[in-house]
Design a protein around this ligand. Sequence first.
Ligand SMILES: [Zn+2]
Length: 247
Amino acid sequence: MDYWNNIDFKAVELLVKNYTNDNCAVELSKIFNINKDIKVTLTFDHLNNIPMIGNNVPLLEIYLSPSWAKKNIEICEKIYNEKPRDLPEWIIINKYMPFNSSKQIKGNFELRCNTTFCVDNEKVKVNLIIFVPDIYRDMFKEEKIVVVNEKKIVIKEYIPVNNQIYIILHELIGEFHFLNTIGYLKFVMESDGYKKEGFDDLVNIREKFIKIEKSYFCCKHCKKLSLQADIINGYCSKYCLINYIEK
Ligand SMILES: [Zn+2]
């Protein structure tokens, strides 16, 4: 595959082994960010976002991301599936951005949410209805959708004007769920008469997604899910298999 043929792994190895400052991170990022449809995030001496303290071998985790866009999932999966198999064990290739498990929402938003489950193409999905209080009304624009049958029906839809709401959701549930597990996403406004009492705190939605995660495989060591890596014989990578096999 073109993508991997264009990566100079000798240069990667040199940069990681002599890693001294942010400049090395920038150089490494340049090596991997060569496809406009995918965004590559790198972590150093972190395993599934957890710092490896006292680890004296280098560790590079590569996360290939479709940049939040469903249209890029196919190319991202293709590049992931064609990843080289003969790399040193300390280079680990994953898909979708690393997950932020801290549950801290930036900006302290008071958004609330209702969730329902549905099954789509044999996959369980979570539908989200997000309650938007008046103070955040400016973050959305109104779009009218006209449904014509016996009589004309106008449905109001709200579209976020910027990425802010997506960043919050991404922080809470991770990119893989954001793209693959959300069934539909709908916003309702306090200004249309909705009451916040009928909605739960948005921070609690993570738990709904955890229920679904039980149907995926999980690395016995780093707990990465089969959503982000191939879990083979219980482990996500040669690194986890060699270093942490259950004895
Ligand atoms: Zn692992």
